[in-house]
Design a protein around this ligand. Structure first.
Ligand SMILES: [Zn+2]
Length: 362
């Protein structure tokens, strides 16, 4: 399976936070022929080990979250409509009229829609206002609550945007969960690269759970792996759209990104500053392998690297990734070439970790 087929397969696999099993097993199956050992831990993190050829070197972890955002059913109405709360950072502006997939307790998926008020009956003052997710109703076509319950749908069941994948022009892809299946596809490519050309240090390739929920699934993976250093792979906000053109500098198709500042800034006092020797390794590798490197820094973003770095005696962390447009909507867009160059850059970095690598920050 090549990168685009892997990405299609991953983007069409439903995996809301807490319900990542199908995606976890799929990733584990892809990693098994490439790794010396693959396990799935108690919370669902997929942990593959590629043993290095050297000894006494730092242990490295390259990780990408495998979950996606969505909703949780809060109430089944007597007439069969569903009410939900958000699971992760949902943009409420895009919700009305979306197609959805609702997961029953037995794991089957059912199509539904966020039904907006009929346009002909919408007064002018309602036309330009955003409806809160808590005011929307999901229609699965059921007659009543009993029919919903017979399908196994109750409060607590997750809901996602109906998975979709389409190719656009010029190596671009649009659909659901580009965040973060793009990075999951790149992670498989990193494993393929390192399997073919082994690094000196042990490298763990890890798919993590719960990122969109509470950012903390990666912590449990770190307790198994005990990494000295970690590279996180996720989206950055592409700045090549009219609405963000003057905000950042990164563009689709212009190469992988290194994220040099992330801070949530909305109540969560956490974020990530780059480990300087890892940033140096990233720059040197990009230069030597002639891979263009884009820099990204943003307030308002946080990833699971922020929590992973607090594990053990402290983990040296660098956030890397690829630019994506329209993040957290069902029409996210990325460029396949950025995923490929990201995997080459990260694999090149892993192969450059030797006895000379300075792990301490100062
Ligand atoms: Zn993400």
């Amino acid at each position: 399976m090549n990168l685009v087929e892997t990405l299609r397969d991953f983007m069409l696999t439903p995996a809301p936070s807490g319900y990542e099993s199908e995606m976890a097993y799929k990733l584990a199956d892809r990693l098994k022929p490439l790794c010396d050992d693959v396990q799935i831990d108690h919370v669902g993190n997929v942990i593959g080990k590629i043993a290095g050829t050297g000894s006494g070197l730092p242990t490295a972890m390259v990780f990408a979250h495998i979950d996606q955002l969505g909703f949780i059913v809060r109430r089944v109405e007597a007439d069969g409509y569903l009410q939900v709360d958000r699971l992760g950072g949902i943009p409420e502006k895009v919700l009305p009229a979306l197609k959805l997939s609702v997961r029953s307790e037995d794991g089957t998926w059912h199509t539904g829609v966020f039904g907006p008020k009929a346009h002909h009956a919408t007064p002018a003052e309602e036309k330009y206002k955003v409806d809160l997710v808590t005011s929307l109703f999901i229609d699965i076509g059921a007659k009543n609550a009993q029919e919903v319950h017979e399908l196994g749908i109750y409060p607590g069941c997750p809901v996602i945007y109906q998975p979709q994948f389409e190719l656009l022009r010029n190596h671009k892809v649009t659909g659901t969960s580009v965040d973060n299946r793009g990075a999951c596809a790149a992670l498989v490519a990193v494993a393929e690269n390192l399997h073919a050309n082994r690094p000196a240090c042990d490298v763990y390739v890890v798919g993590t759970v719960w990122e969109e929920f509470n950012l903390r699934g990666a912590m449990m993976a770190a307790r198994t792996v005990k990494p000295d250093l970690a590279i996180m792979l996720d989206v950055t906000l592409a700045s090549d759209t009219h609405d963000l053109a003057s905000r950042f500098e990164d563009a689709l198709g212009a190469g992988p990104c290194v994220q040099l500042y992330s801070f949530h800034g909305r109540g969560t006092l956490n974020g990530t500053l780059p480990h300087q020797p890892l940033f140096g390794l990233c720059k040197r590798t990009a230069q030597e392998e002639q891979i263009p490197l884009q820099r990204f820094a943003a307030l308002g973003i946080i990833t699971d690297a922020a929590y992973l770095q607090l594990e053990g005696e402290g983990v040296a962390v660098l956030e890397m990734g690829f630019p994506a447009r329209y993040t957290h909507t069902p029409v996210e867009v990325c460029d396949l070439r950025d995923l490929e160059s990201l995997s080459n850059l990260v694999a090149g970095m892993m192969r450059r970790i030797d006895g000379e690598f300075q792990l301490n920050r100062y």
